[in-house]
Design a protein around this ligand. Structure first.
Ligand SMILES: *Cc1c(COP(=O)(O)O)cnc(C)c1O
Length: 355
């Protein structure tokens, strides 16, 4: 990695994207008072259900962004909202990576979706394995970067390993890499480390990804958020489907964001439950190791992980097997459940008969 000569974001975007303007509906071009809207071919008789959803939603989701701004301390102009952060990952790749030419870096074992979206988009995915302690291999990463490397995806706290990446390593990458650095913080509310949101002013190439799916308990609504410079947000808006968030999701998201105290309480409960679950699991003879976690799940190394996995399934308990994933051999990823669910899990595991 060479020291960077602040490369403007526009030079990183695909040429076909940088020349486009965001899709404009008649309504977004109009500002003023009107009472009759005959511009969008909506159904003026309304919806066949109680709540009226007959009108198209706000393509920019300004009201939802205003609530997010209150909670996160980042103004609406620095936010992009996606139908889950899943959608945002795809959009980021499509803004910056020219199919068949560009590439991006990711660091397995990590979230599989970066790779899937890369392949869907015909973009080369370069994988640099984490070290056995699940930290970045800083010495070798530069060997994988060339002039067509547009994005580096970092996941911290990482899924499925559970812990945060070393902050200094992330900062080193942000300082030296000339492309876009995405820090996926899906689990940040469960972590000791603070968010990289505060570093956005220092690093114009940074995108911080968050979601309401985990700590906020809204996975079914599909609300993901990217925080970035206004210039990056501009390009994401060009590529997104115009009405990518439904009014139902927007309104329920707003309602949820007004419950920040309740959510913070639940985060504390989940972190305490995780610690308790860890203490109980480590006492079981079939548990070899539990990796440190900054999230709402534990990566647990079992004796005979595949049989334990099947046994749990037979008892109606679904966990995630990572036993074939390099560096996670023999591991199951277990989400922290309710007190009752965790107790049932422990009791069930105690009754496991290893032959
Ligand atoms: C769960 C998860 C997400 C997906 O979040 P959605 O907003 O529900 O799409 C993103 N990144 C990581 C690492 C996750 O584990």
């Amino acid at each position: 990695m060479t020291n960077k000569t602040t490369s403007p974001i526009s030079s990183l975007t695909r040429a076909n994207i940088s020349n486009l303007k965001p899709y404009a509906s008649a309504r977004s071009e109009f500002s003023g008072e009107a009472s009759i809207f005959l511009d969008a071919n909506e159904n003026s008789l309304g919806s066949p259900i109680e709540t009226d959803y007959s009108r198209y939603p706000d393509p920019m989701q300004w009201k939802l962004k205003a609530e997010i701004a209150k909670v996160k301390g980042m103004p609406a102009t620095h936010q992009f909202i996606g139908n889950g952060s899943d959608e945002i990952i795809d959009i980021i790749i499509r803004v910056f990576c020219e199919p068949g030419r560009d590439n991006f870096l990711m660091f397995p074992p990590t979230f599989d979706l970066y790779e899937i979206w890369g392949k869907v988009n015909g973009v080369e995915v370069r994988k640099v394995s984490l070290l056995p302690d699940f930290q970045l291999d800083m010495e070798h990463i530069p060997n994988y970067i060339d002039e067509h490397t547009k994005i580096i995806f970092l996941c911290s706290p990482n899924n499925p390993t559970g812990a945060c990446l070393n902050r200094e390593d992330v900062e080193t990458i942000l300082t030296h890499f000339e492309g876009i650095v995405v820090v996926d913080e899906a689990y940040i509310n469960f972590a000791q480390q603070h968010s990289f949101i505060k570093e956005l002013t220092a690093y114009p190439n940074l995108i911080v990804l968050q979601t309401l799916s985990k700590a906020w308990g809204l996975a079914g609504l599909r609300i993901g958020i990217a925080f970035a410079s206004e210039e990056i947000i501009h390009y994401l808006n060009i590529v997104k489907p115009p009405y990518n968030m439904s009014d139902a999701a927007i309104n329920l998201g707003i309602e949820a964001l007004q419950q920040v105290d309740l959510v913070n309480e639940r985060i504390k409960i989940l972190v305490e439950s995780r610690k308790k679950l860890e203490r109980e699991l480590i006492q079981l003879p079939l548990v070899i190791n539990i990796y440190p976690s900054d999230s709402n799940f534990l990566l647990v190394k079992f004796q005979d992980a595949d049989r334990v996995y099947q046994y749990l399934l037979e008892n109606g308990i679904v966990v995630r097997s990572r036993s074939k994933v390099p560096l996670c051999e023999g591991c199951l990823r277990i989400t922290v459940g309710t007190e009752d669910e965790n107790n049932t899990l422990i009791t069930t595991l105690k009754n496991f008969k290893s032959e």
